[in-house]
Design a protein around this ligand. Structure first.
Ligand code: PMP
Length: 408
């Protein structure tokens, strides 16, 4: 097991004694984005300070070096996921990865009457691209029913039918933090002949993943939620699917040739999907991030977050002042409301004590109907979160009582 106090020394945002509203900063919004360790910042700086060049473009050493670095990063990400290098496409993040599959696969293969199966707990980035594709192709959107906020195998079985062509769900939900049974789901989805896209934005940063073992067709995630830079992410796709799809973006870097008669030939995947100049600094940073997380150990990170979650639930419950919506979710996300305090007011109150939590609908705008509340507060932990920070959260929640007293 690692020591979170020691780990904090790797992060400039944590070791410089930052304050917010005159209090030590307590950052509990890691489901939104995470801090970056020195190794990630240094890797990006190395590109800008010492190794700047475009990739796939030139016949000189600097350029060869950039190409080599990109392929080394692709290999590091593939190893991190138990995938093959050729199955790793660099994108701007989860949103772009899902759009790539929606437009590259959905638009090409879906027909009127086909079904795209989602859940109401999905993030906007795993709903809106599918809404658009349904509109463009005449396909229909259907939902797996949730059971107490969870996606279950039984719910999936009930919802699948011969019309279902794509199932797209989050491995870990960004509001409630429930972990979907994706391995069992993949088996059932494939037996029915559909494809399975897993939104891994909240999973890849926190769980050990073996893409081959999960057997999903696509897995989308973002670097910035896993200690990496913003603006870089990945689409993992089984190679046969990447070969069948069309590119979503076209242009330089992804073609073999194009002619005046408006025909063109694409490079094979993954380059087929990497049009334009890549976020090369982001790729350097992402490589450093996956190596950093692997060196700590994904099982250790998960165990640390689960133990923090249990502690947070215990302590928050002792206040008798909160409703918790996801007590049994096995991840580092606690979603709650302070009795009688609107979520956004609660987040403002927490801010006044130096605590950064997200409030509102967390981009999953259909889920609140299911929860019976319009908005929630979300505290989300990571490898550098400490019990002391949870104590600070609990103390600030108790101050919610003072807040109410001031008004009533
Ligand atoms: N899906 C989920 C489950 C998420 O939590 C997020 C980010 N909040 C996204 C998709 C979108 O990620 P990004 O903004 O990095 O593209």
């Amino acid at each position: 097991m690692f020591d979170p106090i020691q780990v904090r020394q790797d992060f400039p945002m944590l070791r410089q004694g930052k304050t917010m509203q005159g209090h030590p900063l307590v950052y509990l919004d890691n489901a939104s984005t995470t801090f970056k360790p020195d190794c990630v910042i240094e890797a990006m700086n190395r590109y800008y300070m010492d190794e700047t060049s475009n990739s796939h473009r030139g016949d000189y050493d600097l350029c060869y070096n950039a190409d080599r670095r990109i392929e080394s990063a692709r290999h590091a990400v593939a190893e991190f996921l138990g995938a093959e290098d050729k199955e790793i496409v660099f994108t701007a993040g989860t949103t772009e990865s899902i759009n790539l599959v929606a437009y590259g696969y959905g638009l090409k293969f879906l027909k009127p009457g086909d079904e795209i199966l989602l859940s109401v707990a999905e993030h906007a980035s795993n709903m809106m691209p599918w809404f658009r594709i349904a509109e463009l192709t005449g396909a229909r959107i259907a939902y797996i029913p949730l059971e107490d906020g969870k996606i279950t195998v039984e719910g999936l079985r009930k919802s699948l039918n011969e019309k279902t062509k794509i199932v797209a769900i989050a491995y870990v939900g960004n509001v409630l933090g429930y972990v979907a049974p994706v391995k069992e789901m993949a088996k059932i989805i494939h037996e029915s002949g559909a494809l399975f896209l897993v939104d891994g934005a909240q999973a890849v940063p926190h769980l050990a993943i073996d893409a081959k073992d999960l057997d999903c067709d696509f897995l989308a995630f973002s670097g910035h939620k896993m200690c990496g830079p913003t603006g870089i992410g990945v689409l993992y796709g089984k190679y046969e699917n990447l070969c069948k799809m069309d590119p979503f973006l076209t242009g330089g870097g992804m073609n073999v040739k194009f002619s005046k008669d408006a025909t063109s030939v694409c490079l094979p995947p993954p380059m087929k999907y990497e049009a334009g100049t890549l976020n090369i600094a982001g790729i350097y940073g992402l490589e450093a991030a996956v190596k950093y997380l692997a060196s700590i150990g994904m099982d250790n990170i998960r165990a640390h977050e689960e133990s923090l979650k249990r502690y947070a639930i215990e302590e928050l419950k002792k206040t008798n002042m909160v409703t918790i919506y996801n007590e049994d979710a096995p991840s580092g996300i606690v979603t709650f409301n302070i009795h009688g305090v609107f979520a956004q007011d609660a987040a403002t109150l927490l801010n006044s004590k130096g605590i950064a939590c997200r409030s509102g609908q967390h981009c999953a705008k259909v889920l609140p109907e299911e929860l019976g509340t319009v908005a929630t507060v979300r505290a989300s932990f990571y490898l550098y979160t400490t019990k002391g920070e949870i104590d600070a959260l609990v103390e600030a929640v108790k101050k919610g009582g003072d807040f109410l007293d001031a008004y009533f």
